[in-house]
Design a protein. Sequence first.
Length: 223
Amino acid sequence: MTAQRINPSILSADFVNLEAELRAIGSADYVHVDVMDNHFVPNLTFGPPVVQRIQEVSPLPLDMHLMITDADRWAPGYAEMGAFSVTFHAEATKDPVALARRLREIGARAGIALKPGTDPDPYLELLPEFDQVLVMTVEPGFGGQGFMSDMMPKLRRFAEAKAASGVDVWLQVDGGISVDTIGIAAEAGADTFVAGSAVYGGVPEQRIAELRAAALDHRHSGA
């Protein structure tokens, strides 16, 4: 059975009490950390010094999502900090394969993210070069947006390519994931789910359990 990984996004956490907020999601699989530079997206979040500190205190491995320009230059540094997974945007790299190989050499899982408007075709044949594909289900930059169900055909194309190639690549979705939408994404082939307000908007451990159950239930009852 395919795993259903729940990766809470600390973009929705209380930054003043971040260490406590990290401890509150101990039953999750990974911590999703959004790095935004106010260039690639119109928002500014964490930089290397804060991520380094998060890495030091987090009880869970870090799943980095870099929404930054010039990923070729900056992404390897996050792998060198010890992040478990580093995902960069297809739109922000000159050579995604070379960057993914560099991240793997350092010891991190290499992920590639696609904005809603990005054509998946150029990346379907490249699946063996990546450990994770992130299909954005909102426009990147801000938390709390509505889930874009029209991204499911794109997700299905990656799921079909994964099945055809036999490559062990994780298919992640990020944006608008809740107990009401997670099943839609699971049915389309996602196995890794980023949720921010859906986790931190209530009791985190309870919300994580509800999300995991919703994803599994839908997968059992789906096609």
